[in-house]
Write a protein that binds this ligand. Structure first.
Ligand SMILES: Nc1nc2c(c(=O)[nH]1)N[C@H]1C(S)=C(S)[C@@H](COP(=O)(O)OP(=O)(O)OC[C@H]3O[C@@H](n4cnc5c(N)ncnc54)[C@H](O)[C@@H]3O)O[C@H]1N2
Ligand code: MOO
Length: 624
């Protein structure tokens, strides 16, 4: 206990930024092949070592001649010259042009000695060796002279230039096979935690294992910032192991990032390693999420300890680390884009830390941008996927009021609000509808929450079951629901009465879901028949209180042998190959916010729903 870290004195975000500014992670210079130079930053100045073009070059197909010979020529008063040969691109001229003569020439070929202009073929006529020229030319017409593009000795590109297709074209014209560029900062990533398994491996939920998120999200973000990520093996919460991996990474990298183990637990040893084996410059910053961030140096490399929670790790990376990597890589700050919007709901805060609040956008019917917080907690990867950017909330702000104007910094300038924003019951039929739309957003919060949010005017559309919710009905369909049971229905479950009367374990859905509503209504009916009440019957159902999150969760519980029966849709039973005991049909409705029916995305949704029969065709238990 005595070793636990207390976060009494958190650094301000500005202090953290200053410490990061002071870290040294300047990578050197390397030469790369021209084909690998795209997106790199030139380390040195490039001077032209030759003329481009290297010779006087024909700009058009036609005849090379002496401009003086065409003096005064026109359509009505042409001149004639004699053709003495021809010249092709890529070969040395074997003729020269004298007074009164010309040579046929193709675009890009060297202008022959004696000629000072090229007339395009369209302004001439030819009869045997006689060429009639119907225009007059000045010296240099139709010719790109040597060095006109770049002259030998010119300074062509400066250090720090970002190489794109255009600059690469110029370097190729100069014949450069390799170019000196700033090396990308090498960024070692060390994820800590005994619970981590790399995607591709098997996780044991019983043992509390999870897939490693941060190694991958942070590696992608490092690459995006212009660094080169290097993944190191997971380190457990063991001092020696962690020290060894961090040292390896520090030996090989300009910057080492660890994730996890930064916090208050006795097993969170990473700060101890940095404190004892390196130089711990800062621990704890007054931001949410990401409070336990560490900054320091170790083995000649800069070091940042990111918190373990994926949202915290990525937020700290984006806010503090990415700008540093970009700077070291010589890349410009990316264009940032901010959008002003109106808070759609009231959001309380008051934790005394600067909050980088994930927020999402939705456009109201009249073009106003509404902003709502997306906070499923620092441990939920969807917190960032379901958001469009962040709102920075001052440490001393107690709440953001509904209707208050806020500024959202978008995750990237390309982020667009979703075309249509729907909330409500997860439904395999509506999933198919979503597949046919471009850039929709759907939050599966259940029928009840969908109806509630539609009433509060935030989403464009709610998906609800039976008669829940009010709005413009865009479409409705029915879905068959019931119980899934293992193959062969070993306990011979034939209805709800069996759940009440027999020894059958149920896996139920959450109270927010429409499927659960249907079940509870049927249970209430049974209670009426028995002169009892729903609650009493529910108490007799083993597992009634075992609520699950997903539409398929109860069916999956049956599949895994954790329940004898699960509340489910026929479509789910069909998909998972389970036996199904039908109990009823339920109506699903897509309801539009009445003020948004004219919104483009809502109309697109309505168009898809107009063919709902087609969309739902062959989905088991569905009828439109
Ligand atoms: N008593 C206190 N508990 C916590 C505090 C506190 O002040 N007092 N701070 C909380 C805050 S805020 C954060 S943020 C987290 C940070 O914790 P750590 O950096 O020590 O991270 P871990 O405990 O190792 O992990 C937290 C969480 O994230 C999961 N994790 C870790 N690494 C990964 C990864 N690579 N991919 C996916 N998920 C990862 C880990 O399993 C934990 O669930 O601490 C709070 N607690
Ligand atoms: O700082 Mo922690 O990231 O709030 O969850």
């Amino acid at each position: 206990m005595s070793d636990r870290k207390q976060f009494r004195d958190l650094a301000s975000p500005e202090e953290a930024r200053e410490v990061i500014d002071g870290l040294d992670l300047s990578p050197g210079v390397e030469r790369v092949d021209l084909d690998d130079a795209d997106g790199r930053v030139l380390a040195d100045r490039v001077d032209a070592r030759l003329d481009v073009p290297g010779f006087d070059r024909a700009k058009v197909d036609g005849y090379a001649l002496r401009a003086a010979d065409t003096f005064g020529a026109s359509e009505t008063d042409p001149v004639e010259v004699e053709c003495v040969g021809d010249i092709h691109a890529g070969s040395e001229p074997d003729v020269s042009v004298d007074e009164g003569t010309c040579a046929e020439i193709s675009t890009g070929a060297p202008v022959p000695p004696g000629a000072d202009a090229v007339v395009m073929v369209e302004r001439t006529a030819r009869d045997e060796d006689t060429v009639t020229v119907r225009t007059s030319l000045a010296p240099g017409d139709g010719v790109m002279v040597a060095g006109a593009d770049v002259a030998a000795g010119d300074r062509v590109l400066g250090p720090g230039t970002l190489l794109t297709s255009r600059e690469i074209g110029l370097l190729a014209a100069l014949g450069m096979e390799t170019v000196p560029v700033r090396a990308k900062p090498r960024v070692g990533i060390v994820s800590t935690g005994d619970e981590l398994v790399r995607p591709g491996g098997e996780v044991s939920h019983r043992a509390g294992q999870i897939y490693d998120v941060n190694s991958y999200s942070i590696a992608a973000a490092v690459r995006d910032a212009g660094g080169e990520p290097v993944l190191y093996p997971h380190a457990g919460d063991d001092y020696e192991e962690l020290e060894r991996v961090l040292r390896d990474a520090a030996d090989d990298c300009d910057l080492v990032l660890s994730s996890g183990s930064t916090s208050a637990s006795a097993v969170d040893v990473v700060y101890q390693v940095v404190e004892e084996r390196g130089d711990l410059l800062l621990h704890g910053v007054s931001v949410k999420p990401g409070k336990p961030m560490l900054l320091g140096e170790m083995g000649g490399s800069a070091y940042v300890g990111l918190p373990g929670y994926p949202v915290s790790a990525l937020t700290i990376f984006r806010t503090f680390v990415a700008p540093k990597i970009r700077d070291a890589a010589g890349l410009p700050e990316p264009r940032s884009a901010t959008v002003e919007g109106t808070m759609a709901v009231r959001e309380r805060y008051g934790e005394g830390r600067t909050r980088l609040m994930p927020a999402a956008l939705v456009e109201s019917g009249d073009g106003e941008t509404l902003v709502y917080p997306v906070d499923k907690g620092s441990g939920a990867t969807t917190s960032l996927v379901e958001a469009d950017g962040t709102v920075t909330v001052d440490a001393d702000t107690e709440y953001l009021d509904e209707g208050e104007t806020v500024e959202v910094e978008l995750f990237s300038p390309d982020v667009r609000p979703p075309s249509v924003f729907a909330v409500g019951e997860r439904d395999p039929g509506f999933d198919r509808v979503l597949d046919r739309l471009s850039n929709p957003r759907f939050l599966g919060l259940g029928s009840r929450e969908g109806a509630r949010r539609l009433r509060n005017g935030v989403p464009d559309v709610a998906v609800t079951t039976d008669n829940r919710g009010e709005g413009e009905e865009l479409a409705s369909w029915t879905r068959e629901w019931g119980l899934v049971v293992p193959a062969g229905n070993p306990l011979a479950v034939s209805g709800i009465a069996d759940l009440v009367d027999a020894d059958v374990t149920l896996s139920n859905r959450t109270g927010a879901s429409g499927l659960r509503d249907a079940f509870d209504d049927a249970l209430a009916e049974l209670a009426d028949e028995r002169d009892s009440n729903r609650r009493t019957l529910a108490e007799d159902i083993d597992g009634y209180e075992r609520e699950t999150k997903g539409t398929e969760s109860p069916a999956r519980a049956v599949l895994e042998g954790n329940a004898d029966a699960g509340l489910a849709l026929r479509a789910t039973a069909d998909r998972l190959g389970l036996e199904f005991v039908p109990l009823g049909e339920q109506t699903v409705r897509a309801l539009a916010n009445p003020e948004r029916v004219e919104k483009r995305g809502v109309k697109e949704l309505a168009d898809v729903l107009a063919d709902v029969e087609d969309v739902l065709a062959d989905l088991a238990g569905y009828e439109a």
